[in-house]
Ligand binder design. Structure first.
Ligand SMILES: [Zn+2]
Ligand SMILES: [Zn+2]
Length: 315
């Protein structure tokens, strides 16, 4: 079968590889759609802590069909150990030894049955694949509060997903992004869009992943506000904050990482109920062979996720 194989930083080749052989508890899934995200770009550019040694496979937003039962499934990108401290206290998203399930950029993938989630009827595979990042947005919203007035920093896929979820709950959302095309996407979802967060908000989400953005999110929090930090910064990043507001205004900072299996099912239900989010984020459908070029493309336009369909043959 064909698979995208990462041989080193920026060295991605599509190769003929042996068929996956399922280990105990694993099943084979025929991939129909694997969406790309910022993490894939990071993995391609300089590796990532969850990648196995080179040469390795990646692609973690994967939807397809179980070969054994014919059921349509989303392949979640991790299975928590169930035994560590966080797992035992009901926080599988920060499991200390999860099994990562990577390799969606291939015709087939062997995945633990525990990583599979049934796709609701009528939801296309390319939309279902987005349930993986959307589940992280569902988790981030749960890490926040029920404040009616929310600010979001960043109009990439994560910021827009957060906006969609919060708007569906009837909250008032202001999203900031320097790119006009992304502000337009936020407005189409029903948010107010600005170039930089000007007002202060009861609840602020940071969805950029840079030290300046973390500071800006903190500065945009109103008195007694909560800041949810969703964007992952490069390893080793240090962020400094004004101590005053943290103390005198009792600001609260909360990290948000990943998702639980229940949040993946919730994300699938959200996508099945309302097509607006995946329609705005859906980018071009490409073959495996077009993936290296797609990862090299830096977009200043709208936030889009490429949809890799490994069944497509090179043009
Ligand atoms: Zn992702
Ligand atoms: Zn665990």
């Amino acid at each position: 079968m064909r698979a995208a194989v990462l041989f080193g930083p920026r060295d991605l080749r599509v190769e003929e590889v042996p068929e996956p052989s399922p280990a105990d508890g694993e099943v084979i899934v025929e991939v129909q759609a694997a969406t790309t995200c910022g993490t894939d770009v990071k993995m391609w550019r300089h590796g990532h802590r969850v990648l196995p040694p080179y040469p390795c496979r990646f692609g973690h937003e994967t939807a397809g069909v179980r070969i054994d039962t014919g059921e349509r499934v989303l392949v979640s990108d991790s299975v928590a150990c169930g035994a560590c401290g966080p797992c035992r206290s009901g926080r599988p998203q920060i499991c200390r030894s999860p099994t990562w399930v990577l390799g969606g950029f291939a015709e087939r993938i062997a995945a633990p049955a525990a990583a599979l989630h049934p796709i609701p009827d009528g939801l296309p595979a390319e939309a279902a694949a987005m349930a993986e990042p959307l589940a992280a947005a569902v988790h981030a919203v749960a890490r926040g509060t029920d404040a009616g007035d929310v600010g979001i920093l960043g109009g990439g896929p994560m910021g827009l997903m957060l906006a969609g979820l919060l708007l569906a709950q009837g909250r008032s959302v202001t999203l900031s992004d320097p790119h006009a095309a992304r502000r337009r996407q936020a407005e189409e979802l029903g948010a107010r869009a600005v170039e930089g967060l000007d007002d202060r908000h009861e609840l602020v989400f940071e969805a950029v992943g840079r030290a300046e953005a973390w500071r800006e999110a903190a500065a945009a929090a109103g008195v007694g506000g909560v800041v949810v930090l969703v964007g992952g910064c490069p390893t080793g990043t240090e962020v400094s904050f004004q101590a005053g507001p943290l103390h005198y205004e009792e600001l609260e900072f909360r990290g948000s990482f990943h998702h639980s299996p229940e949040e993946v099912d919730e994300a699938l239900a959200v996508l099945a109920a309302d097509g607006a989010l995946w329609r705005t984020l859906r980018g071009r459908t490409i073959s495996l062979e077009e993936l290296p070029g797609a990862l090299r493309t830096r977009s200043r336009g709208p936030a889009k996720k490429w949809v890799v369909d490994p069944r497509r043959l090179p043009a």
